[in-house]
Write a protein that binds this ligand. Sequence first.
Ligand SMILES: Nc1ncnc2c1ncn2[C@@H]1O[C@H](COP(=O)(O)OP(=O)(O)OP(=O)(O)O)[C@@H](O)[C@H]1O
Ligand SMILES: [Mg+2]
Length: 473
Amino acid sequence: MNILIVDDSATIRVALERFIRKLGHQCATASDGQAGWEQFQSGAFDAVVSDWLMPGVDGLELCRRVRAAEDRPYTYFILVTALEDKQHVIEGMEAGVDDYLVKPVDPDDLKARLIAAERVSRLHRQLAHERGRLHAIVGSTPIGLLLTEGGIPVYWNSALLLLVGISDPDPHRLEQEIYASVHDAESVAEEVRELLEAGGTQAIDLHTKDGRCLEMVMFPCGVVDGQPSRGYLLRDVSREREVDRMKSEFVALASHELRTPLTTIKGYVDLLLDPGTGSLSPIQQEFAGTIQLGADRLMTLINDLLDLSRIEAGGLELARERTEVRQLVDRAAAMLRMQYESKHQQLDIEIPNHLPAVDADPDRINQVLINLLSNAYKYTPAEGRITVTARSAGEKVELSVKDTGIGMSLDDQTKLFTKFFRARNPAARKVGGTGLGLTISKSLVEMHGGSLTFESTLGEGSTFTVSLPVWRG
Ligand SMILES: Nc1ncnc2c1ncn2[C@@H]1O[C@H](COP(=O)(O)OP(=O)(O)OP(=O)(O)O)[C@@H](O)[C@H]1O
Ligand SMILES: [Mg+2]
């Protein structure tokens, strides 16, 4: 260690210096408090061993100055005193003294104190190192970081200020200043409040007035001094969002362009297979049948992709109206009846008479029900049973499609609503499908302010439940 000895008695100074050097440490000496303070400022000392009573700047004052020098690494302060009275010791400790020695100094006592000093200095060095590393990371990351305690900003990095264009931050107004750079600040602030009330980790996209998109992730950071602490991460995602939009636009355009020639192919192959057009040889009929099947599958896929890209681009408008649940179910069931019959599956519809009407776009909900009913058909073996039930649940009506089919493993259930997902179960892979039906259905139901949930047991069956808001006129 590098130790500063401050004492106005030359005899004690020399004795201390000799002993400290013998212990293998480096030393510097000063003959009074003022000289000690000047030495301290010009060197890097791990510890100070100082006399208390000195003319001018005394040991306590020197200690106060050392503690106030915040930009310096921690210095262990040992006060040497002839005053053994407890009150003095307390006064010393309050001024920031770490330990004290009573005169005449016993070399073993000093040795023991320096062992403690060395340990504390090492810990402080480690702490400063870790802190420096953390500061370097947080200071140089392009991700904006903000930390609040009890709703008040207590820490932020320069990236945050740069992202929202603030040069002179005021902690009490920082949140408003962030929203000030964003379109529609008031509703964004309101939305953020709602997300925070919901708890957990939440994210929101902020669209800035200069055309950038910032993703803000908010997460709880535990409790500090009894106050809930929260972290905010801010990232410029303009490019990602733009690429995403371009992808949706491309898919929409490609699907749209593909649909026109496909409609022609499908129209002509339907005509070819129509007995009124003229007869085909059995082999020609088989070929045309294969083309028809392929064209039908392609048409379903293209329509699904088109829907998905419209939903993602926010371009799908709902035509909501007062809709009777029974009519919705009957319409969808009628479209699937032939298929159920072909597999000898039983379809039961149990809908109570006085069910409230729902606030829904009948065509879109029909699409959802057809997907659920056709999944029940596809993923339920012959002779199985499909039951459609409905019930009123407060402000919602819940519509369930239950089957006695193959069900899904827990692993498959976690990925169910992701695009193009198909269960790994070979029984599910045997039947055709693109894995878009449920993703689209979930989005459509959520656009209505409802939800799509499910329960499933592998080998026993599944129940999908659509909840839709009641019609309020
Ligand atoms: N009722 C069900 N029982 C068992 N597995 C199901 C059921 N419904 C869906 N699945 C599983 O979830 C997957 C995704 O269903 P989804 O409806 O999204 O796609 P798909 O039926 O494969 O194709 P499509 O896009 O044509 O509907 C299915 O492939 C199947 O593995
Ligand atoms: Mg499906």
